[in-house]
Structure formats: structure tokens, C-alpha cells
Design a protein around this ligand. Structure first.
Ligand code: FCB
Length: 455
């Protein structure tokens, strides 16, 4: 019994069919970037450009999941994990982004899915986890409205090829990161610094989401479809003061920019003051298309934000005063309560949509000691956040699952291999996998939860 164990009473608040899963993304784990007819994506180009990632790391090999997925699914099964969120690499199915489908890519995901199912693991598939085919970037990428229709074709092909086995689909992962990190701050591929591009990209990504949902409905498959947003609860340092103004601005930028169009068919008016007005990109029906009813919202939550108003700090008028007493090795402040508050707020402002926590987890500087990794801090983190979900459920929020980021250490984008998020350790020299203490903690809780709901 560790001090971070959750009681039976807490675990019983999570329903029988609650998904306890783990998550990953194609470019972060697959490797094998030149195999199976795969075309290059923007992340191949970006990560091999000097200065863009820590130590010049790329996803070329990563944890070699492409060749080792069977071993990984067997290990997942040993750890009682029955749900896995993965992403499909668009450029494996369409090396040039569109045109003829690459049968080798289809074969690969068929093998991957079959192996998952053989090991009793239910897939949740993300169509776009940031790896745009470079061929489409060469034509303007997400800034070009045509990319929206290429995505719709790709989505249609994926639904037809894999929809017999995949019953949970996510159109996009974190469009905020795609537009802001990719086009405003330049930290991610394709690496631009341009507010107008960021606005246009966000709009096109959202539009492609709406079109993919329509396409899915048209196929009449018996599954569910949603989108995953990265969301941040924002608190005022002193509620009832000017700090509340900073809360509104940050909430619009971090959350409502994407939530409002999806659930309310409108952009928050404050966006114009914050990063500018979206010019030319909107056509008359776009917002109605974006606001297609979805079956669930995927929520990625890592950290809260506490703000103080600063009148000299346009356009955000914010000083970040989030307590730093508990942070992960990314420097991200830790708060399980933040997840509970976020869920309650989503339910209040956006209605009773089912939610999945499609990512949550923490990076720490793990040490492998005689085949073991004693990652108490990660266990503590996971325990706090599962507890937060139980509390939100108790208050009526329909949270249906929790996917730890990540199953195994992997290529953490601009941070390369510097940050380890896995509950399984990867020795990058040998590619050997070692479940960390957090993986055994998770396994034990999944089995206890299952036993509690046996009858
Ligand atoms: C999220 C990404 C995921 C991973 C985690 C740590 O923003 O969706 O791929 O990098 O952060």
C-alpha cells in the first residue's frame, strides 16, 4: 500500500466501463520514418533543421514502436491497460498528402490494430497529431484552405479502412498547439511567427474537424467521434479585482478560442484584441460546419494558470503568478484540483457532453536502477488527477475515461528525448522497455477498479 493509493470508495465513483488507458502519437513513438512508403511530414523536416529541437533529436527511430508494437501491446496487457489512444500518420496513408492511398501504410495500421485487439486493447484513434505531410506544407499547409479538403479525404479513407475496428475517433489533437506553437511562437513545426497565419490555421483546422465529423456521420459507422483540446483552468490571484480581466483574456486565448466555435458556432469577440482579426479565411457557412454535434470532448490537461492583471503588459495584461512549489521537470505547475475545476466549468458552460481525459501525465528525470524506476512523484501526480476525476463525477460530470500521457518515454517534440513522460521507461541505447513504479501503480488500480465492479 503506497500513500498515493486511492481508496475503494474513490475507485467506485468511476463507472464500470470507465476507460483506463494510455496515449501516444505516431511521430513520437513509431520511428521507421522511411519505411513502408511513408512520405515526410513537417516534423521530419523541422526536427532535422539545426537548432529546432533539444540536441538535434528527431523521431527517426524514437522507441521503434513501428517494429515493436507487438511487444508493447503484450506489455500493456500485462499492465492491465485495456485502452490505447494512438494516432495515424497521414503521410503513411498518403505520402504526398493526397492522391492514391499507400497500401503499405494501410497494412501497417491493420497489423497494429489487429495486435491491439488480440491483446484485449480497445483503440482510440487520432487522425491528426501534428504530422502534416510535407507535400501539403509545400502548398501552404493549414494556411491553405485546400488542406481542409485533403484532410477530409484522408479522414474518409481512414474511417473506411479502420472503422470496423476503431469505434472512437478523434479528429484533431490540440488545435491550439498546431496554430500557436506552430505559427505564432515558432516552437513547433512548421515554425512560423505570424499572428495572422495562426488565426487562419486555427480556423482551417477547426473547419476540417467539422467536415470530418460530417463525413463520419455520412458513413453510418457504429462509433463515436470527437476532438481533443488542450485546456487550462485560469484563476485570478485576487478574485473580484482587476485580475478578473486577465482571467477573461487568458481564458479566451487558451480555451474559448476553440470551445466557442465548436459548441456555440462563434469565435469570442475578444480574440480580435488579443491576436487580431481573422481576415479572408471565413466563408459564410464555416461556423455552422465547425459546430457539428460531437459525441465527446477529449480534454488534455497538464497544468493550471493563476494570473495577476498588469496594465502595462498588452495584449494579455497578465503576470503569471502560478505557484511554483510543485512542478514537473518541464516546469509545469501541478494541480489535480485544476482538472476537477476545469471539468466542472466545461459542464457548466458547454453542456453535458461526455468527456474523456485524452492526456494527462508528467515528466520527471527518471533514473533506471537495476531495471527499476522509482518514480514516486509521477505516482503522486497520477493519483491526484484520478482523484480529481472521481470528484468531478461525483458532482455530475460525465467523464468516461482517463488516458495517461504516455505509455512509454518518447520524442517530446522540441524537447527531444530530454523529457520522459512514460509510465514505461525506454533505454534509448538498447530500446529495452522497463515498467516504472507508476506503471505498476496504474496496473494495480485498474485491476482493483475492475474487481470492485465485478458484480
Ligand atoms: C501535449 C501533446 C503530446 C505530448 C504532451 C506532453 O501537448 O499532445 O503529444 O507532447 O503534450
Amino acid at each position: 500500500m503506497s500513500s498515493f493509493d486511492l481508496s475503494d470508495e474513490i475507485l467506485k465513483k468511476l463507472p464500470k466501463h470507465f476507460h483506463f488507458g494510455t496515449a501516444a502519437a505516431a511521430y513520437q513513438v513509431e520511428g521507421a520514418v522511411n519505411e513502408g512508403g511513408r512520405g515526410p511530414s513537417i516534423w521530419d523536416i523541422f526536427s532535422s533543421t539545426p537548432g529546432k529541437t533539444r540536441n538535434g533529436d528527431t523521431g527517426a527511430i524514437s522507441v521503434d514502436h513501428y517494429h515493436r508494437f507487438t511487444e508493447d501491446f503484450v506489455l500493456m496487457r500485462e499492465l492491465n491497460i485495456k485502452h490505447y489512444r494512438f494516432s495515424i500518420a497521414w503521410s503513411r496513408l498518403f505520402p504526398m498528402g493526397s492522391g492514391l492511398i499507400n497500401q503499405q501504410g494501410v497494412d501497417f495500421y491493420n497489423r497494429l490494430l489487429d495486435s491491439m485487439l488480440e491483446n484485449g486493447i480497445t483503440p482510440m484513434a487520432t487522425l491528426y497529431h501534428w504530422d502534416l505531410p510535407q507535400a501539403l506544407q509545400d502548398l501552404g499547409g493549414w494556411e491553405n484552405r485546400d488542406t481542409v479538403y485533403r484532410f477530409q479525404e484522408y479522414a474518409d479513407a481512414a474511417f473506411r479502412a479502420f472503422g470496423d475496428r476503431v469505434k472512437n475517433w478523434i479528429t484533431h489533437n490540440e488545435p491550439w498547439c498546431v496554430s500557436v506553437l506552430g505559427n505564432l511562437t515558432g516552437e513547433h513545426a512548421p515554425g512560423f511567427h505570424d499572428a495572422q497565419k495562426a488565426l487562419t490555421v486555427a480556423h482551417h483546422v477547426l473547419l476540417s474537424h467539422g467536415l470530418a465529423v460530417q463525413t463520419y456521420r455520412g458513413l453510418n459507422q457504429d462509433g463515436q467521434i470527437g476532438i481533443t483540446l488542450n485546456l487550462t483552468p485560469v484563476y485570478a490571484q485576487t478574485p473580484g479585482s482587476d485580475d478578473d480581466k486577465a482571467v477573461v483574456i487568458n481564458d479566451v486565448f487558451s480555451n474559448r478560442w476553440f470551445l466557442d466555435p465548436i459548441f456555440k458556432a462563434q469565435y469570442p469577440k475578444e480574440m480580435t484584441q488579443i491576436i487580431g482579426e481573422l481576415k479572408n479565411a471565413i466563408s459564410i457557412d464555416d461556423l455552422a460546419t465547425i459546430a457539428q454535434p460531437i459525441d465527446f470532448l477529449g480534454v488534455n490537461y497538464y497544468q493550471p494558470l493563476v494570473v495577476r492583471y498588469d496594465e502595462n503588459a498588452a495584449p494579455f495584461y497578465t503576470e503569471n503568478v502560478t505557484p511554483q512549489d510543485r512542478v514537473t521537470s518541464m516546469g509545469w505547475p501541478i494541480s489535480g484540483d485544476g482538472l476537477r475545476d476545469l471539468l466542472l466549468r466545461l459542464q457548466k458552460d458547454y453542456g453535458t457532453c461526455p468527456f474523456y481525459i485524452t492526456e494527462n501525465g508528467a515528466a520527471y528525470s527518471d533514473q533506471l536502477e537495476q531495471g527499476h524506476v522509482h518514480d514516486d512523484e509521477r505516482v503522486h501526480y497520477l493519483s491526484d488527477h484520478v482523484l480529481a476525476i472521481a470528484e468531478a463525477r461525483e458532482q455530475g460530470v460525465d467523464v468516461r475515461g482517463y488516458y495517461v500521457w504516455s505509455f512509454i518515454d518518447n520524442f517530446e517534440w522540441a524537447w527531444g528525448y530530454d523529457q520522459r513522460f512514460g509510465i514505461v521507461y525506454c533505454d534509448y541505447a538498447t530500446l529495452q522497455r522497463y515498467p516504472k513504479d507508476s506503471a505498476w501503480w496504474y496496473a494495480k488500480h485498474i485491476s482493483r477498479h475492475q474487481n470492485l465492479h465485478m458484480y
